[in-house]
Design a protein around this ligand. Structure first.
Ligand code: AMP
Length: 210
């Protein structure tokens, strides 16, 4: 199954992508994580992306399109994948179409802006493996330490309040139009993501079966 997760930054796409990945045994492909890894390793892609990611802007389409093209060509994607954070513009969605990728389902995890802002301020991520936690709703077993790899949990630069406002603006202007794009194709299902993670997960799996 080939699945796209849409939704504002902090809507919980990553958490739902992990659950789907475990249940369906297909990889979760997060362009944000791939770009952050490139940034940490100092690679050419990382250098191109640095100023954009840190200011909450979108990385240029051609950079992320190349990342996705390369990633979905890998062997572990042959039975499907979950795109978490891609596409984020109409041009990226069109590029995916022109790669001949046939998407089965697009889920929009829907959360109001004020809820997003408070979620992002409490988000902490593992600097080693990228796993995501929350100071209130998804605490690690040991404070400040990743459950999965023992890495240190930090606040992402782009989760600071000023940058969050910019990211939400970018989301409404550039990514939200994708809802209509996939609605027209009959692929879109809206999932209410405002309640607990368990509620959202239940709704996510119902939307996949629908
Ligand atoms: P995320 O972890 O998905 O919130 O992504 C963090 C940042 O990575 C975004 O604010 C963008 O700067 C960049 N990014 C991730 N995915 C994309 C994409 N599909 N297109 C452009 N920029 C992206």
């Amino acid at each position: 199954m080939k699945i796209i997760l849409l939704g504002a930054p902090g809507a919980g796409k990553g958490t739902q992508a992990e659950k789907i990945s475990e249940a369906l045994h297909i990889p979760q492909i997060s362009t944000g994580n791939i770009i952050r890894e490139a940034l940490n390793s100092g690679s050419e892609v990382g250098l191109k992306a640095k100023s954009f990611i840190e200011s909450g802007k979108l990385v240029p389409d051609e950079v992320v399109i190349d990342i996705i093209k390369e990633r979905i060509a890998k062997d572990d994607c042959k039975d499907g994948f979950i795109l978490d954070g891609f596409p984020r513009t109409i041009a990226q969605a069109e590029a995916l179409d022109s790669m001949g990728v046939s998407i089965d389902r697009v889920l929009d995890i829907n959360v109001a802006d004020d809820v997003i802002a408070s979620r992002l301020s409490g988000r902490r991520v593992c600097e080693a493996c990228g796993s995501s936690y929350h100071l209130v709703s998804k605490k690690p077993a040991v404070e400040g330490v990743c459950d999965k790899c023992g890495g240190t949990l930090i606040q992402r630069k782009d989760d600071h309040p000023d940058t969050v406002a910019d990211r939400l603006k970018v989301y409404h202007e550039q990514t939200e139009p994708l809802k209509a794009y996939y609605e027209k194709k009959g692929l879109l299902r809206v999932v209410d993501g405002q309640d607990t993670v368990a509620d959202t997960t239940y709704r996510t799996f119902c939307a996949l079966e629908d």
